[in-house]
Design a protein around this ligand. Sequence first.
Ligand SMILES: [Ca+2]
Length: 428
Amino acid sequence: MKKKYFFRFMSLIMVLLLVLGGCSASKNEEEPYDNTEKYKDIPKDAENVIRVGPDWEFTSIQAAWDAAQPGSLIVIDGSATYFDLDASLIASGKDNITIRGINGRPRMEVPEGEVYLVQRKGIWVINSNNITIENIEFTGARNFESKNGSGVRVEPVVNITIRDCYFHHNDNGILTSAQADSTVTIEGCEFAYNGYGDGYSHNLYIGEVGTLVFRHNYSHHVKEGHLLKTRALNNYIEYNRLTDEDVKDGYSSGAAIDMPQGGNNYIIGNIMHQGNDNNCRFVWYGLEEKVNPGKNLYFINNTLVNDHQNMREEGFITVRDDPDLNIVVINNIFTGDGRIVVDKTGRDLDGLFVDKSNIKNEDPGFVNRAAFDFRLTKDAEKAIDKGTDPGKSHDGYDLAPVKEYRHKCGWAERKVRGKAIDIGAYEY
Ligand SMILES: [Ca+2]
């Protein structure tokens, strides 16, 4: 073989080995989701950019807001931490503004023991419409009187998007007011170690808004409150990881999802876990007196794992006592003790809801249950190709999952492989 051809041949072999090696590595290890590239720098085509940072024209977020106009992009240098006054913001007087961390994730912090909060409400108080907040960390929002300090407090405004943010060690991560014509969109965020500990503050608490869209978030380790509490009329809760994990120092959720007013709720492709302690509920629907007009609960392709040892009489899903409820439960894995759907009085609703292709009280074979990796192994025969096409909701929403949660705070496309859709939040 001529030298030139020999080298070409050898390079081809090397490429093949790399490709094959790459495939076998990704089969068993979940590659961490990474979006740092997205927030590296100011986009080249961005107009009306206002910069905050130690080396830029503004050092406080509020000063940057005051200089902004509708349509502005406020960027915050992520190489710094911003404390108290420099961190705080009352967003009011103008709409349609994006605030984004770049060059790392900037941290807005109220140091421990201090009580500095805007209007005693939050590190940021949003009183403007159509605001987008991206890639910011909020920590230390405590109000020792109301016990309701929030990383971000949203007043009655129309539409807010909060993306790729991290909320930890606040009374509430996010707390929003009621606003019927508003859509609250929260995606790619992490919530951890929030909650005062009295059960009235939560990793996040959405008021009575029109619609909540909650996608590929990771909510875990809340103190006594819920991993997600929402009073929205319509809730699209898709492809999230809502897990208690190891229960210690009182960080244990009351419920994974509490929807006290019920509504039209689409819960698709989520992973949920409850640990072994007193609080062991997964989903509450419409258990308060005031309820939303919608009576539809779609629970599709979720994976729930209950590590509580004494929950046989409890329900994975607890709903109010109402014969008009439309409860549709398809393609879910329920691992551990518990009935699937019970009402508030503890009555088992078996036979009174749509119940198709669910795995009940069994472990179908997860990649690593102890490490909360609930993807399927090849031995998960009861789950693989055993799902049912969930079809559409009463209002035409496509119920089949199109994504999967990727740790952490990310997602990947979900395509049906094999003969049919798999049961649970992951397609093998
Ligand atoms: Ca399949």
